[in-house]
Design a protein around this ligand. Sequence first.
Ligand code: 8YV
Length: 331
Amino acid sequence: MTVPDRPARPKIIVTRELTDGVMQRMDELFEAQLNREDRALTRAELEAAVADTDVLVPTITDRIDADLIAKAGPRLKLIANFGVGVDHIDLHAARERRILVTNTPGVLTEDTADMTMALILSVPRRLGEGEKLIRGGAWDGWKPSGMLGHRVNGKTLGIVGMGRIGRAVARRAQGFGIRTIYHNRHRLPEGVEAELGARFVDLDTLFSQSDIISLNCPHTPETHHLVNANRLSQMRSDAYLVNTSRGEVIDEDALIAALQSGQIAGAGLDVYVNEPHVDARLLDLPNTVLLPHMGSATYEGRAAMGERVIANIRAWVDGIRPPDQVLEGWD
Ligand code: 8YV
């Protein structure tokens, strides 16, 4: 069945090289203009793309701001983001132009929670430093005082943002004998809290009582710089901060100052304010574990993200609401 004004084979422009299977499926189903070079499109290329396509498939490395959306041609009706976070897309500007935005929730939850857990374990137990010691040829053998870190078992984890990923982290924490407290826009139903072994607290309590804080909230105007100098000053000097959400949730300068002064014990970061640039001061700090935004980077996850993008485009073609329409700002 074709829907009036919906092309059966829409033109889609995919801004980044995706995995082979996903690109092949997109090629079969749509008039797909794929990026076979493993690089981000330039601004001029992005402008040309939005001017002449039905669907744009961007990733986090594309800035889909109001200026770009103003340059969209009349046929652009859907921005089907490859990724769950949509803070690189001006949702308001898209809405004004009646352009739908979709994302890929659900399919990267477990991978991102695994990576969050990896950081929760790595930072207190100094995995990064240990690796560097070996690779630098500086290990002079076992000793009772060698590479001492802090035990995670029995400690308190404070999760900021108890959506899918936050909850998946809480489930993992239970297996490690870690107590979870959390803060979220809305408190979870009691049954879910009981299942996760998680207690709802306000942010002041979370920051002052946690041994490890994990940021699992989206980046929105409300969470921008949620971790600022004031919040960091509430943390204990033996507490750690882990971030697998978005760099902008932390005031990076304030974090660097807190790490340099010993105000907090360490940090595990997968995301940064100005990616791929990583502040040189972070590189100099031994008490950080730094990863290159790889929280969801599994073969399985990328394939599933591609499938979600395809499902959203197909729903739009069929004239039904795409399953992952980002509703923020829509009636
Ligand atoms: C993605 C992410 O790989 O989905 C997200 O929001 O942060 C990443 O894990 C990336 O955004 C893809 O665009």
